[in-house]
Design a binder for this molecule. Sequence first.
Ligand code: BES
Ligand code: MN
Ligand code: ZN
Length: 501
Amino acid sequence: MVPEVVTTSEPLDVLSGTVVVPVVPEYRSDEGAPAGDEGARVWLERAARAVGVSGRAGHTAVSLAPPGWRAERLILAGTGVPAQRTVHDLRRVAALTAKQVAEVGGGTLVWPVLTVPGVPIETVVQAIVEGVGLANYRFHRYRSADAAPRVERLVIAGTGPSVEAGVRRGRIVADAVRFARDLTNEPGNVLDPEHLSGIAWEVAQDVGLQCSVYDRASLEELGAGAILAVGQGSRREPRLIHLVYRPEARPARRIALVGKAVTFDSGGLSLKPADGMERMKGDMAGGAAVLAVLRALPALGVPVEVHGIVAAAENMPDGDAFRPGDIVRTLSGKTVEVISTDAEGRLLLADALTFAVQHDAELLVDVATLTGACAVALGRGGSGLFASDEQARLLFLRAAEETGERVWPLPLWDEYRELLRSEHADLKNTAGRWGGAINAALFLREFTAGRPWLHLDIAGPAWAESAGPFGPAGATGHAVRTLLRFVELWAAEERRGEARR
Ligand code: BES
Ligand code: MN
Ligand code: ZN
């Protein structure tokens, strides 16, 4: 579904398919016509006026191609003045053009290589490929007739090593997001913890990762009482998935990416309301993001060791289900009193974070559709970032800034820790009505053994109620792009640090 991408040195006028022609404000199109073709330039500017595309970034329209051009049609695409446009503008415009191609029946889309001041060509091309790749996504495998038209082929009208590198990176990243969306959109009856671990295993074989899977018996042996408790009400048993990416250059420093994968969250005995419960098949978006990132790392060749740790369970009410009032012994040894069986994600993550500590990760990063409260606070647009380490927080925000995914910092206020006190255990798993996202994060912090740690609550943006420029309704793959970028930035930072030492 990420289309085939090719590059060419041919000028736009001889390329067939749907050709994107940039329009800058005042209906000008200096970047569109082949150099010296004054006739085409005038034609394009008249066409831009005719369809009302003045050049504002994001405003696009389909038009006829100038006489003598081979293209079936053009998309006149507002891209803003070159001095002001951003790579985010281009990613979004690229996505919009993909959508327009789908509307006119699909086929080939041709994009020229534009410039963004201060941004390497590689990054610009990557953004275009990402935009098209993300917008082109569909989850139609359960539709009997999938005739939905889309971009089959993306032609980048430009050549050279930076263009090639941008295409390659764009494809890797878009494919990673597609993979995470596919997993998240899969229904609970198909994708249970065992199936997910099977997919992780296959991925590991395909791209060259180490993979271990803990089933119920081995989780018992390990002592992962929290994962077991969450999974015990389902006939589909829980799994802990551990993937390791080791770079060629060793020894490298070590980071753990930890994901919540509740393949279906009914709430358990603290049953959720029926309305909207179907969306809880997507309660494994964090785990899906972690798997997608690990899957992409070998191709990107990042020089750090990355552990992907995914705690997978189905949360169901049943005669064997865990109950409110139960006291669970976690892998860390700490005991937790279960107040709500619907606060299951933090239980899974408690054991998964401890597992990451046991594997001596220097930095822990967890991703989870953890709290409705976080979605209430920030809306569907972005995720909440909690950090016990200021440097890691700044680096993560920088990664998000580069990818255009919205991530916003939220506080870990120590006073609220009191609210998690339990009468009979070390902790309880909920802390009342207010500040739900913060309380959940404070709960998780108890299992990080004081290590530098980031927690990303993606409950809002993991799922889209309606189609947007970057994809249809359903799973969004939020955080995959930022996590990938973050790992790269962290690797670069660590290397600089080593050079200083
Ligand atoms: N998976 C949910 C959080 C969620 C809600 C994700 C809406 C996406 C959309 C999580 O397991 C949950 O149920 N959290 C509870 C916590 C509460 C019981 C303290 C919540 O947010 O209501
Ligand atoms: Mn829940
Ligand atoms: Zn959940």
